[in-house]
Design a protein around this ligand. Structure first.
Ligand code: CA
Length: 660
């Protein structure tokens, strides 16, 4: 596979050679054996259980009958694309305890293929090149400081003989950057930071010097954030690499020392020159981001005719609920149109800036409620674009978040692991007050006109990525385990399959011989704590016309929460305090609605036995279960606070037992 192969990927109908299928990342396949008439006969061809309950987010790649994909803990699998038979598996032995430094689960979104190699970014920050035939490592480089809160969940991309990789971590104290490595040797070609560093030292570039004027206080001490954790899209014609960056960190402007200031290049789409990494242009979607809106949603390239003029554009359905269309040569904003409910902004001004409603910015003296939620009106889930219908297809969520007032003295440090849930910096919780009934849907969006063309309301809040095909079909899975096909032109549902386990990932399609297949990974990430989410084993599901394979039997349902017999004396106020501590220190893994808990990967604390309750300090403070992934909180909590958490958990157990 060469640069020429990648450039010609659209004409290679059988294969799916890179994350978004082609350099444009439109995720639209020319295959049409499965079409709006035949899709009714779609059935399961094969499944592979990846033996994980931690959720799957990857898009499989297929080249010449072999499927390459990633699972949890950054593992890589090569499967026979016709049968699912395992050809090889690579376990990078990522440090399991690095998960405490990852905001959103030990997930990975996939690999890149190039010149006989398979490239993967690991959760602990390595970039590894594997031999395509055997899975044997050829080279490996550490792209981030070891033992720091940086991680990698995104798929690498190939641009002009180099592997481009970003990193995650803006929920902690990091300074985001993009790196380019020589694909053959692993030598670092360039690295571009997304926020300025300590101004006492020389800035790495003029762009960062300019960016520094948009910050104040001592932002560099907490890193500044702006992690480019998902989209990296290469345009070979312009030789530009487009990346989306995460929020400036911490989330709250007042804690960044900047109640005013744009905080470049946080929450921005940034174009980099592929040869040097130099910033060619930027467009900041959320200046001075106060809501964790990021700009890390999929970036899709297309040529659109807008008002009679052909434009080379990039598109993004941002977490902040604006759908952006941008001239990708110059960075000029063409349009920004709301595609979901928003309260943080009242439109875009004539210079392309959002008109912010400042009452939605939480400070040390005011809490607030905002829509979209920090989870976003749309998140990382892949978006497809069908150039024949001119429509983009995506899952959308209307939901609000409650942001607490913050302690202005709070400092985010590289060792903080409460993900901003430290009681002095209370992370948002979903606001019942604003949208008591958050809801989700699939929409078809016309980027040329800024109009929604059709919508399918979902009975659940969260849904997965999309795939469209020349067969006039759009595929999408939902968090409740339904995977369905819709007519691309009008949204009519044509087919559905109950997988028993929820979806977040993007589907893809390929052909081997005369047969078209549709593939998707099931397994909702822990963070998808939708009430309707169905947890369960992460699987590769592959469909074909007339497929008759059966799903493995579903997991046995759990019995109701038993009435607890262990007692901790506590007042109502103490139980409430225990609840706040639980939210800060426990809920990231043990939230009762988390898929980790529902699937059984992490204990449901409401079911804790009296014997375990009696020795709980040895686990929470003594680290007795460290080997199982339960960290010690000896530096964070006192024994008296552990009692309060116990009182809260027992109270919740009584409530659940009564509710059955
Ligand atoms: Ca973020």
């Amino acid at each position: 596979m060469t640069d020429a192969t990648l450039r010609a990927a659209d004409a290679d109908t059988a294969n799916w050679l890179s994350y978004g299928r082609t350099y444009s990342e439109q995720r639209h396949s020319p295959l049409r054996q499965v079409n709006d008439t035949s899709v009714a006969r779609l059935g399961l061809a094969w499944t592979v259980d990846l033996q994980t309950l931690h959720g799957l987010e990857a898009t499989p790649l297929v080249k010449d009958g072999v499927m390459y994909l990633t699972g949890t803990w950054s593992m890589v699998y090569a499967l026979d694309a016709r049968t699912g038979a395992l050809k090889w598996r690579y376990d990078p032995q990522a440090r399991r305890d690095h998960d405490k430094l990852m905001c959103c689960g030990v997930v990975n979104r996939g690999v890149a293929l190039y010149r006989g190699r398979v490239y993967v970014g690991t959760m602990d920050g390595r970039l590894v090149a594997l031999d395509e035939r055997t899975g044997t490592p050829v080279w490996s480089v550490q792209t981030t400081p070891v033992d720091s809160p940086y991680s990698i969940t995104g798929a690498p991309r190939i641009a002009g003989g180099r592997v481009i990789i970003g990193n995650a971590g803006s929920e902690y104290a990091v300074r985001g950057y993009v790196s380019a490595y020589d694909a053959m040797t692993g030598a670092l070609a360039w690295r571009t930071y997304m926020v300025p560093g300590d101004p006492a030292k020389p800035f790495e570039s003029e762009a960062l010097k300019r960016a520094a004027s948009t910050w104040s206080g001592q932002w560099w001490k907490g890193g500044g954030g702006a992690s480019p954790w998902d989209p990296i899209v290469y345009d070979p014609e312009l030789d530009l690499v487009y990346v989306g960056t995460g929020n400036p960190s911490p989330w709250y402007p007042e804690l960044r020392g900047t109640s005013v200031g744009d905080n470049l290049y946080g929450a921005s789409i940034v174009a980099l020159r592929a040869k040097t990494g130099e910033v060619a242009w930027h467009y900041q979607t959320t200046p001075g981001d106060a809501w964790d809106y990021d700009a890390t949603q999929p970036i899709v390239l297309a040529d659109l005719t807008i008002a009679g003029v052909k434009r080379r554009v990039l598109m993004q359905a941002n977490k902040n609920a604006f759908f952006y269309v941008i001239d990708r040569a110059t960075g000029a904003l063409i349009s920004a149109t709301p595609y979901a409910t928003m309260t943080w902004a009242n439109g875009i001004d004539s210079t392309g800036r959002p008109i912010v409603d400042s009452s939605t910015i939480a400070t040390s003296t005011s809490a607030t409620v905002v829509t979209p939620a920090n989870f976003g009106a749309h998140n990382w889930n892949p978006v497809s674009f069908d150039p024949s219908t001119g429509l983009a297809y995506l899952g959308v969520v209307d939901e609000g978040t409650d942001f607490h007032a913050v302690d202005p003295a709070f400092v985010l440090t590289p060792t903080d692991r409460t993900l901003g849930r430290d009681p002095r910096y209370r992370g948002p919780r979903l606001a019942q007050s604003l949208l008591a009934n958050p809801h989700g849907r699939l929409i078809a969006w016309n980027p040329a006109t800024g109009r929604e063309v059709w919508r399918v309301p979902h009975p659940v809040v969260r849904s997965g990525g999309t795939l469209s095909t020349a067969g006039n079909v759009v595929f999408q899975g939902r968090v409740d385990g339904i995977f369905a096909a819709y007519r691309a032109t009008d949204g009519q549902r044509l087919w559905q399959f109950d997988a028993g386990v929820g979806f977040a990932a993007g589907p893809m399609t390929y052909a081997v011989g005369d047969t078209q297949y549709v593939a998707v990974l099931s397994g909702p990430p822990a963070l998808y704590s939708d009430a309707a989410a169905r947890a369960g084993p992460g699987r590769v599901l592959v469909f074909t016309l007339g497929g008759t394979a059966a799903l493995p039997p579903p997991m046995a349902p759990r019995g109701p929460v038993p009435v607890p017999t262990y007692k901790v004396a506590a007042s109502k106020a103490e139980i409430l305090e225990g609840g706040a501590l639980f939210t800060s220190y426990c809920s990231r893994c043990h939230s009762f609605t988390s898929n980790l808990v529902k699937g059984g990967a992490v204990p449901d604390l409401r079911r804790t036995s009296p014997a375990v309750h009696a020795t709980i300090d040895s686990i929470v403070l003594g680290g007795a279960r460290r080997a199982l992934g339960m960290p010690s909180f000896a530096k964070d909590l006192t024994s008296a606070q552990v009692r309060l958490i116990q009182a809260y958990v027992l109270d919740q157990a009584v409530l659940a037992a009564r509710a059955r």
